[in-house]
Design a protein around this ligand. Structure first.
Ligand code: PLP
Length: 416
């Protein structure tokens, strides 16, 4: 039925994978670390809605704040105090932000951020990484990761050549390539956009000095550095990857975790840059549902919970436990596996060597990953259905969920 009315039966391509019965698991409800399929089966969830559910599903305080706020009306198209408090909370946490604009998704946050980068610098070109994914804007679906990498179509159809031409690409973790690119195009480049921990080619951490190097190169050429922290923001540390690694970009984009599972994104920067945005400045960007009151309250409650002492330490320990489970499982059956993790995001790459770039990620044994994934799903472990994605854990993952994973890993690696 779904395939008759929705392309591929889904509303976002990465959801379309063949699980038990040859179709994705349709979800009825979710609680804590568990998803419940339409047939009632219970899955341990390591996808977390692709990142947002850091507190687990249906977290009671988040749900209460959504219900309480929704009862007061779901959208006003006018400013609220909640938005101001939300912006203040982000600014307190994220080193690069002095002002914020709220939007409704990561895609929109990135589009706004890059428009203001162009408006601020008066330049047109954007540099992105091969295997980097920044949402659905035309000029960013060039050598893109995530679902495009999975489907083997890194450049989307439907994008005019002239639009694709404003985007230059370079390999992640390669400062020499960045230097060369800037030598050639420097005066025309408005911004570099980078996931400070790449997540959409699988989890690929920055090599020591890489983010600092990008910042220096951008500065030398009068370009801006944009950290796309849609995935890493409040995931790898309370203030995002920039807090974890101590490198401050010019502009930051956020979504996923900051909305507590509701549609919410944001971008921010220092005052000088944000003052270019309408109605103060000439860079136009707008949205009917931007800063939606229900989404903002879900976000505020989520961030309040994340700010408590010990939360990220707990996530770090849980991440280490997960990493060990994958490594030991693979070792037992002699499977060539490289596990890469930053905090509570992790990818098991089916390859012997480290993965530092899209080029290295693309050499993984995706057929082995496919068999592995089928085995996990059959044992009711809901893991991302692609070699080029990261798995996520929440504060609700506990001994029971890890033991279930370990048992499933044992038979998955045995039969891979
Ligand atoms: N940027 C990054 C790094 C992402 O991982 C994603 C989505 O996965 C996006 C942008 C797009 O965000 P959204 O799906 O909320 O539009």
């Amino acid at each position: 039925r779904a395939q008759r009315v929705l392309p591929g039966g889904v509303n976002s391509p990465v959801r379309a994978f063949k699980a038990v019965g040859g179709h994705p698991v349709f979800i009825r409800e979710a609680r804590g670390p568990y998803l419940y399929g339409a047939d009632g089966a219970e899955y341990v969830d390591y996808v977390g809605s692709w990142g947002p559910m850091i507190l687990g599903h249906a977290e009671p305080a988040v749900i209460q704040s959504i219900a309480r706020t929704a009862a007061l009306g779901t959208s006003y198209g006018a400013p609220t105090e909640g938005e101001v408090k939300f912006a203040e909370t982000l600014i307190d946490a994220v080193p690069s932000m002095e002002m914020v604009r709220c939007v409704s998704s990561g895609t929109e946050a990135v589009m706004g951020a890059l428009r203001v980068a162009r408006g601020f610098t008066g330049r047109d070109l954007i540099v992105k990484m091969e295997g980097g994914f920044h949402g659905g804007a035309d000029y960013l679906l060039v050598k893109a990761g995530s679902g495009l990498a999975t489907l083997g179509v890194p450049d989307s159809a439907g994008i005019p050549l002239d639009v694709a031409k404003v985007t230059l690409t370079m390999p992640y973790n390669d400062l020499a390539a960045a230097t060369t690119l800037f030598q050639e195009h420097g005066p025309r480049i408005a911004a570099i956009i980078v996931e400070p921990v790449a997540g959409n080619m699988g989890c690929v951490p920055p090599e020591p000095g890489y983010l600092e190097g990008l910042k220096t190169i951008a500065q030398q050429h009068g370009a801006l550095l944009v950290f796309d922290e849609v995935m890493t923001g409040f995931r790898v540390a309370y203030g995002g990857a920039q807090a974890r690694f101590g490198v401050t970009p010019d502009i930051t984009t956020l979504a996923k975790v900051i909305g507590g599972g509701m549609p919410l994104g944001a971008y921010g920067a220092r005052r000088e840059i944000m003052s270019k945005i309408a109605p103060v400045g000439p860079v136009y960007q707008a949205g009917t549902l931007s800063g939606n009151p229900v989404a903002v309250q879900a976000g505020l409650t989520t961030l309040e919970k994340l700010r408590r002492p010990g939360v990220y330490e707990q996530l770090e320990q849980a991440g280490a436990r997960l990493e060990k489970a994958f490594e030991e499982g693979a070792k037992k059956y002699d499977v060539a596996l490289t596990v890469q993790r930053v905090g509570s995001m992790l990818t098991p790459f089916f390859t012997g060597g480290p993965v530092r770039s899209w080029d290295e990620a693309s050499r993984c044994d995706t057929a082995a990953f496919g068999r592995f994934h089928q085995a996990l799903i059959a044992q009711q472990i809901y893991w991302p259905p692609s070699q080029f994605e990261a798995g996520f854990i929440s504060t609700t993952h506990d001994e029971v969920t890890f033991q279930r994973l370990e048992r499933a890993l044992d038979s998955a690696f045995k039969n891979v």
